[in-house]
Design a protein around this ligand. Structure first.
Ligand code: NAP
Ligand code: G4F
Length: 340
């Protein structure tokens, strides 16, 4: 029988890759989309098929903060699996919008769990919660593993810790199949352009094409365990196929600094990053997470999952994509100029 899944955050980086993966596995995918004045479905538009074929993707308006509507939707759709990926996911922005961040990340997760608890009374449902390595914050142990205590450093991380614990509570208290994936940073050519890796690859491509002169960044010393989003959505799926609900660290087991990533990207384009990068205090955070390094042993042993893409290859994928975008932009500019 066809399995069905509901993805919150389907228009985001991870939601789009997860939708692709589940459709390829034969799922009927439902996506929660929040209404906006312009379309937000650019990352998933390619997944629409011939309207005469049986649909594999259906979108529904909704918002994580509207618990009643979310419950109605879940009870109506009766999905086998729910992936809660929706969030205000930018750490720096969470300092400017702490209450909104808590509402989407913390209360939003609670709304998903409540809806699942009600459905689970009549039909089994499995819930994946998108937890984050940011929860380790000012780290108390390196590498970070499932047992490492959380020490959050931002409004975003505090909200994710709340959502993590509620997921565990619903598992214990209501016998709900609810699991946390504690994912370390993962990037791609679909990464939002204000996250540091994509900000760097976009700028490097534009600099190479003569469209931009400088790149303004914050703390270059921060270290992250960066993987490829396409690999990481496979881990999400495996977490929900496991024979019991549990919590898993998903990471590469390698850490590099923002400076290292800059060098990888600019060297790939035969450029020296030091000629272009300037430090701007606006991009520093009130409290920084200096070092993230995950230990993915449990995921390897219990889920058979490992990160397939290393940072060098990831940087190459992203820069090749963003160089092409810059080439198109340059071409368009010269065409416009040539028209007088
Ligand atoms: P993303 O690209 O920022 O996508 C976030 C998604 O959430 C978007 O579809 C967004 O919709 C949606 N959303 C925001 N507020 C919402 C609301 N109130 N109601 C419903 N949907 C809402 O994030 P991502 O990188 O794909 O990450 C997916 C999840 O994993 C997030 O929960 C993030 O916090 C978590 N996470 C990410 C990483 C990482 O390195 N990428 C690591 C650990 C955990 P719009 O398109 O309308 O904005
Ligand atoms: O790319 P970032 O904004 O990612 P951050 O803060 O690590 O958060 C991401 O990963 C988390 C998992 O650990 C997710 F939960 C979260 O949703 C998000 O996807 O920043 C990475 C590092 C930081 O240390 C930041 O201070 O890069 C540093 N950085 C230096 N200059 C910058 C910049 N970050 C951004 N966004 N912009 C800069 O100009």
């Amino acid at each position: 029988m066809t399995k069905s899944a509901l993805i919150t955050g389907i228009t985001g980086q991870d939601g789009s890759y997860l939708a692709e993966l589940l459709i390829a596995k034969g799922y009927l995918v439902h996506g929660l989309v929040r209404r906006s004045s312009s379309f937000s479905t650019g990352r998933i538009d390619h997944l629409y098929q011939d309207p005469h074929r049986k649909p594999s993707l259906l979108l529904h308006y909704g918002d994580l903060t509207d618990g009643q509507a979310l419950t109605n939707l879940v009870l109506e759709l009766q999905p086998d699996e729910i992936y809660n990926l929706g969030a205000q996911s930018h750490v720096r922005v969470s300092y400017d919008q702490p209450v909104y961040t808590l509402q989407t990340v913390g209360v939003g997760a609670l709304n998903v769990l409540e809806a699942a608890r009600l459905l689970n009374k009549t039909k089994p449902v499995r819930v994946y919660q998108a937890s984050s390595s940011e929860m380790y914050g000012d780290v108390l142990e390196t590498p970070q593993r499932e047992q490492t205590p959380f020490n959050p450093q931002s409004p975003y991380a505090c909200a994710k810790v709340y959502a993590f614990h509620q997921t565990v509570n619903y598992r214990r208290g209501y016998d709900l199949f609810a699991s946390n994936g504690i994912l370390f940073n993962h990037e791609s050519e679909r990464r939002g352009e204000t996250f540091v890796t994509r900000k760097i690859t976009r700028a490097a491509g534009r600099i190479k094409m003569g469209l931009q002169k400088k790149l303004y960044l914050g703390n270059l010393d921060a270290k992250r365990d960066w993987g490829y989003a396409k690999d990481y959505v496979d881990a999400m799926w495996r977490i929900l196929q496991h024979d019991e609900p549990d919590d898993f660290v998903i990471a590469t087991g390698q850490t590099q600094s923002v400076r290292d990533f800059l060098a990888l990207v600019f060297n790939h384009l035969d450029l020296n990053w030091e000629d272009y990068v300037e430090i701007d205090q606006r991009y520093f955070r009130p409290a920084e997470v200096d070092l993230l390094l995950g230990d993915p042993s449990k995921a390897r042993e219990k889920l058979g999952w490992t990160a397939a893409t290393d940072l060098k290859r990831l940087a190459q994928i992203m820069i090749e994509h963003d160089l092409e975008l810059a080439q198109r932009e340059a071409h368009l500019q010269s065409f416009v100029k040539s028209q007088g």
